[in-house]
Write a protein that binds this ligand. Structure first.
Ligand code: AN7
Length: 402
């Protein structure tokens, strides 16, 4: 494990999550016990654990898995405003709990369980909570989730309740929930934290990069990712770097991080040419998943975007909701608002001619639409009431001629 701030290296340990010397973020470096290769991977059943050589699995340990990963990569065919860009959507909503978080949880919960932990804890805008709750259940561990009260989408709360998590609702933002978790873990080391400063989790999430290359049969020019706490964009970039290091690809994509305007510490910094984020004390957006003002992984994300010659941009709530409807009504893809930020960002880059005709872009659709039924209901539809079957017949047979 290496500290990205001071460069010190450490022997791996499940409990080593921040640099003991400088409190910087750590990065896991997996030394493959065998050389990774596409042909070897192709022989295994698809999913996160197919990429075993590049994952940290303690010896003799069986992964805590719910069958995560190998999500569809769907070609976008009906959205005209993309004007000749080849766009593919990585539909992470079909993971076991409905978001990309499951990729990280299968690895981090496996590591946590192998280390003897009995209880996991997360701060969350909702998806991390649902995922942690499910994987903790599978691992026979207790899950404690700390969420901003009234600010997590209904589906995510409902999942966490059903999976049996203990739910602590804090009057405040996600950022305050995360601060509380960090302090709680300092005071009670029996709690094992699964937020994305936990570098083991990011090891699972990097498999999005592996799958994109495998499913596309190559490396796209652009990968567009919604950014909240900035773990996922960092993880995906790490995945591409590892493929390059082992000679499994020979070029790298440009990474685009999309934030919601009311919660855009990284995009605001980028626009002004700053190398550190402009923290938001009162983040606000309809995309509650990314309503985050102080992204803990910002140094990793800044590095990913800078190294890849990408960029951070922001989109407003109207653009997000309009992209959500476009995906649903033209492509049959139901995603939650935060995920639609990817498409909204791509449309903006296309309009500004930053992405050019003929280029290949992958948008990562991070969470399922059912996570946020309120946003789905607000999309609006023609809804007609029939008082009896006869009236229903008259209504439906008149619809197409009207
Ligand atoms: C659908 O669940 O932070 O930039 O606590 O749920 O890695 O934080 C969720 C984040 C994008 C942003 N899309 O990913 C949480 C949480 C969806 C998300 C993000 C989240 P990061």
């Amino acid at each position: 494990m290496r500290c990205i701030q001071c460069g010190r290296t450490y022997d791996p340990h499940p409990r080593l999550l921040l640099c003991p010397m400088c409190q910087g973020l750590l990065e896991v470096e997996v030394e493959p016990y065998e050389y990774p290769s596409w042909s070897k991977w192709a022989l295994r059943s698809p999913g996160v654990w197919r990429y075993l050589e590049l994952l940290p699995l303690p010896r003799g340990v069986e992964p805590v898995s719910l069958g995560e990963g190998w999500t569809p990569l769907t070609r976008i065919t009906n959205i005209g405003d993309l004007h000749g860009v080849n766009v593919y959507a990585k539909n992470e909503g079909v993971n076991p709990t409905g978001s990309f978080k499951d990729r990280g949880m299968t690895v981090a919960v496996t590591v946590a369980k192998a280390s003897g932990a009995h209880a996991v804890i997360v701060a969350s805008t909702g998806n991390t909570a649902s995922s942690a709750a499910a994987y903790a259940a599978k691992a026979s561990m207790r899950a404690i989730i700390v969420v901003p009260r009234g600010k997590i989408a209904l589906g995510k709360l409902a999942q966490s309740i059903l999976y049996g998590a203990v739910i602590v609702e804090i009057e405040g933002s996600f950022d305050q929930a995360l601060e509380a978790v960090l302090e709680a873990v300092r005071q009670d080391p029996r709690l094992y934290p699964l937020n994305s400063f936990n570098p083991w989790r990011l090891e699972g999430q990097k498999t999005i990069a592996f799958e994109i290359v495998e499913q596309l049969g190559g490396v796209p020019d652009w990968v567009v990712v919604p950014v909240g706490n900035a773990g996922n964009i960092s993880a995906i970039w790490k995945g591409f770097l590892e493929l390059k290091r082992y000679g499994l690809i020979n070029k790298l994509p440009r990474m685009v991080g999309v934030q919601a305007r009311g919660a855009s510490p990284l995009a605001s910094a980028w626009r002004r040419g700053l190398s550190e984020p402009v923290f938001f004390d009162h983040p606000e957006t309809v995309a509650t998943a990314i309503r985050i003002g102080r992204p803990i992984n910002w140094p990793k994300a800044m590095r990913a975007v800078r190294e890849s010659k990408g960029l951070f941009i922001d989109v407003d709530d109207d653009e997000i909701l309009s992209a959500q409807r476009l995906l649903a009504r033209h492509e049959g893809l139901a995603v939650e608002p935060a995920s639609a930020a990817s498409l909204a960002g791509l449309l903006k880059l296309r309009k500004d001619r930053i992405i050019e005709k003929g280029e290949k872009a992958v948008i990562v659709l991070t969470g399922h639409g059912l996570k946020d039924p309120d946003s789905m209901m607000a999309a609006g539809a023609t809804r007609l009431i029939a008082r009896n079957p006869g009236e229903a017949v008259r209504i439906v047979t008149s619809l197409l001629t009207r």
